[in-house]
Design a protein around this ligand. Structure first.
Ligand code: UP5
Ligand code: MG
Length: 195
């Protein structure tokens, strides 16, 4: 008999809301594969920006804190997912960013089993990103790109959350709290909705 398809969790939230942090915890606790869409795009752009015109343009877009083209993003996700052998679950970090991407994901890949929205105040987002910029220095952690990321998020978040609410797929959690408290709620949600 063929195996059931992997369960798919999408984790969305503003820049600095803790998507990466919480997705890694989900992957560890449930043995799920972790896919960070921002990371996929950043790796690809660093590899190809000097040799390829399309990717040099995307590198500029991302470094400015704007969204990469939808079709490229979906293609990257599809390729990544296809390489994962027999996963029981996949947790996707930082996707979709808007309703268009959500529709395209459903159309071309699958309907997610659960969407987790990490809701955070603007103040907290800024505070965390500032701290991380001092420690790591991601190409888009400069002040101007950070503002763009926050603005883009604010523009797209409400319709996106509403879209998944109408499908009863989304759970919104208060992500202003400590990492452990947020993860406690996430694991209750996952246990409850997926198992
Ligand atoms: N931290 C985390 N949780 C904490 C907590 N509860 N209390 C205190 N501190 C906490 O966390 C951020 C920082 O806060 C860390 O230092 C952490 O220790 C601490 P992190 O887990 O890194 O937050 P995250 O939400 O992952 O923040 P990130 O900056 O990665 O979010 P972005 O949405 O900006 O980044 P992403 O990598 O998803 O996307 C980057 C870019 O890629 C986008 O701007 C866009 O250009 C492009 N992109 C697309 O074009 N399309 C896509 O579909 C996806 C990405
Ligand atoms: Mg991240």
């Amino acid at each position: 008999p063929s195996r059931p398809r992997p369960k798919v969790i999408l984790v969305i939230g503003g820049p600095g809301s803790g998507k990466g942090t919480q997705c890694l915890k989900i992957a560890e606790r449930y043995g799920f594969e972790y896919v960070s869409v921002g990371e996929l795009l950043r790796k690809k752009m660093i590899h190809n920006a000097t040799s390829n015109r399309k990717w040099s343009l995307i590198a500029k877009i991302i470094t400015n804190g704007e969204l990469a083209p939808q079709e490229t993003t979906i293609t990257e996700i599809k390729q990544k997912i296809m390489k994962i052998p027999d996963a029981t679950g996949i947790v996707i970090d930082g996707f979709p960013r808007d309703v268009g991407q959500a529709l395209s994901f459903e159309d071309q890949i699958c309907t997610p089993d659960l969407v987790v929205f990490l809701a955070c105040t603007n103040h907290r987002l800024k505070e965390r990103l500032k701290k991380r910029a001092e420690q790591q220095g991601r190409p888009d952690d400069n002040p101007k790109a950070t503002e763009r990321r926050l603005t883009n998020f604010k523009q797209n978040a409400i319709p996106l959350v509403k879209y998944f609410q109408e499908k009863a797929l989304i759970v919104t959690l208060d992500a202003d709290r400590d990492e452990e408290d947020v993860f406690f709620d996430i694991s209750l949600t996952v246990d409850n909705k997926l198992f």
